[in-house]
Design a protein around this ligand. Structure first.
Ligand code: MF3
Ligand code: CO
Ligand code: CO
Length: 256
């Protein structure tokens, strides 16, 4: 891919808006607020900063971000559900600006969460970062999946199979699919200029998921807890760039 500098400049702007939205939300997400309130704050922040929330216009989703609580794996729909002590929630923000998409999610713990849950969240974050650190031209897609799967399975957790990361740039979801499980040295080779997400969903129990009747909410089949983080990244000449890093140090769980 020649001359991806302009594309990267726009991905930086889009990724940064998504990350700043999560930074802003970090200061509001606590016991007693509803997930609809998170949606409203996110919607207004993105709008006031010149962007659009991608989920609002995406296949009938209608809300502007996803809020996935406890055993919800992904695509939880904001509602009047009030956050309670001991909850863990993933907030997934996708902003469109400069005609490009920035997609990122983080976990937030409400009050005091169980140690087992904190361990799951830490392992999920760590698995994403391990996969990011091996990114460079010549590495293969299977290497990404291998990093994540080997790390979390060793701790007794499992990798969700039914959802994956995705190419992203001027469209929300494009090729290639980024599987979060796999074997080393398999799959297509990474090339400078590629942009995609890494967004492992890791379950405390089995990897199977079930869809709720709303057509969006995916939950663990065995009702075990699930965690997820997501970054949008780009492949450079000799490594990678993360477009969705927090400038405030909020990318990591607070208890790492
Ligand atoms: N942000 C999600 C992703 O990481 C997609 C959400 S689609 C929605 O790919 F419609 F559920 F918002
Ligand atoms: Co994504
Ligand atoms: Co996302």
């Amino acid at each position: 891919m020649n001359n991806y500098k302009e594309k990267f400049e726009k991905m930086r702007i889009a990724g940064n808006l998504a990350a700043r939205t999560l930074d802003m939300l970090t200061e509001h997400i606590k016991e007693g607020i509803s997930t609809d309130y998170i949606d409203k704050l996110g919607y207004e922040f993105i709008r006031d900063n010149g962007g659009y929330s991608a989920p609002q216009y995406y296949r009938g989703f209608t809300k502007s971000l996803c809020t996935s609580l406890n055993h919800v794996v992904c695509h939880g729909i904001p509602s009047n559900r009030i956050l309670q002590n001991g909850d863990a929630i993933n907030v997934d923000v996708t902003a469109i600006i400069e005609n490009h998409y920035g997609d990122t999610s983080r976990m937030f713990c409400i009050g005091k969460t169980p140690i087992k849950l904190n361990n799951l969240i830490n392992a999920t974050y760590e698995s994403m970062m391990r996969a990011i650190k091996i990114l460079k031209p010549g590495a293969k897609l299977g290497d990404i999946g291998f990093e994540i799967q080997s790390f979390v399975e060793e701790k007794g957790f499992s990798v969700v199979r039914d959802f994956c990361g995705h190419g992203i740039s001027t469209t929300f979801h494009e090729s290639p699919n980024i599987l979060h499980y796999g074997r080393k040295n398999t799959g297509i080779e990474l090339k400078p200029g590629m942009t995609f997400t890494i967004e492992p969903m890791i379950n405390a129990g089995k990897y199977n998921v079930k869809m709720l009747n709303d057509g969006w909410t995916a939950v663990t089949k065995d009702k075990s807890l699930s965690a997820q983080f997501e970054h949008t990244v780009g492949i450079t000449e000799n490594g990678y760039e993360i477009f969705t890093e927090s400038a405030k140090g909020y990318s990591k769980p607070p208890y790492l």
